[in-house]
Design a binder for this molecule. Structure first.
Ligand SMILES: NC(=O)c1ccc[n+]([C@@H]2O[C@H](COP(=O)([O-])OP(=O)(O)OC[C@H]3O[C@@H](n4cnc5c(N)ncnc54)[C@H](OP(=O)(O)O)[C@@H]3O)[C@@H](O)[C@H]2O)c1
Length: 269
């Protein structure tokens, strides 16, 4: 099945669409009727997914094979995305991790991690914004992680990049508060995907039932989007915890706007 006409929903860009959560986002968004632009490095995988989705749904699927962690690939993706006025949604999903101790991990691995998880996500968000602001509509979904909520010994650098994604998305949401642009921050916990191969941790070592399925995670995240949530954490059962977390961080930020040091830093003991 295919169609020549563009979707009335517009085009959703999904980064990291060649596997894991991104592949499921691509499937679910095609099923909803979005045309797609799928981005990742493995072109053969992207082409196979595009062919399958175009055979199942009346949508157009384009692929862009680039390394988003490198300046040339990121510039190419950014130019392609900012020039495409059909784009109505961006799913910033591409990400990588490392569990090597910070003292031992190579500078190259850490630099690549930050380039993909932080720089690429920020630059691609910027790439859609001019058109979204001009049309006063659009959706940006940024994929973080529950390890962005607090420091975690296993993944200090990865967790730090996800804390950035959360803070960046939260601040941008406030900056765009007067517009109809929607932002969602998604914080999955451990999920079945190839990222475990990337970091060299066998999924079997995590124990039976430790990981969520990618389908369950993406379906929950899209339900959160449909419900108008800003932070969606599919594995957090007690939603009051999220509210307390948000309230405490906003209260702390507001209470910290003081020109004088607190008395505990000025009184002599
Ligand atoms: N799985 C989990 O437990 C978990 C938990 C919390 C959050 N997350 C987050 O979920 C997102 C998706 O991860 P996943 O678990 O689905 O892992 P995954 O299966 O390894 O998918 C990662 C995707 O990112 C793409 N990618 C990696 N490096 C890239 C680069 N330099 N340039 C362009 N694309 C690149 C990969 O495609 P190519 O290799 O073809 O480039 C792949 O499509 C990530 O942001 C991750 O941090 C995952």
């Amino acid at each position: 099945m295919n169609q020549a006409n563009p979707s009335s929903l517009g085009t959703a860009v999904v980064t990291g669409a060649s596997s894991g959560l991104g592949k499921v986002y691509a499937q679910r968004l095609a099923a909803r009727g979005y045309d797609l632009l799928l981005v990742a490095r493995r072109e053969d995988r992207l082409e196979a997914i595009a062919t399958e989705l175009q055979s199942r749904y009346p949508v157009q699927v384009h692929v862009l094979a680039v390394d988003l962690a490198g300046p040339d690939g990121l510039a190419k993706a950014s130019e392609r995305i900012s020039a495409d006025t059909a784009i109505t949604m961006l799913v910033n999903n591409a990400g990588t991790s490392s569990v090597e101790p910070v003292a031992q991990v190579s500078v190259e691995t850490i630099t690549n991690l930050i380039a993909l998880n932080v720089t690429a996500l920020t630059v691609l968000t910027k790439a859609v914004l001019a058109n979204f602001i001009h049309r006063n509509t659009g959706t940006i979904i940024n994929i973080g992680s529950v390890v962005g909520f607090a420091g975690f010994a296993w993944v200090p650098a990865y967790g730090g990049t996800k804390a950035y994604v959360q803070n960046f998305t939260q601040g941008l949401k406030l900056q765009l508060a007067e517009t109809k642009i929607r932002l969602q921050y998604v914080a999955p916990a451990g999920t079945v995907s190839e990222i475990w191969d990337v970091v060299g941790v066998p999924m079997s070592s995590l124990g039976e039932g430790a990981l969520m399925d990618t389908e369950a995670c993406v379906d929950a995240a899209l339900k959160g989007l449909d419900d108008g949530e800003f932070i969606t954490a599919p594995s957090v059962h007690d939603e009051t915890l999220l509210q307390k977390y948000v309230d405490a961080s906003e209260t702390l930020l507001a209470a910290s706007q003081q020109p004088q040091p607190a008395p505990r830093y000025t009184s002599r003991s």
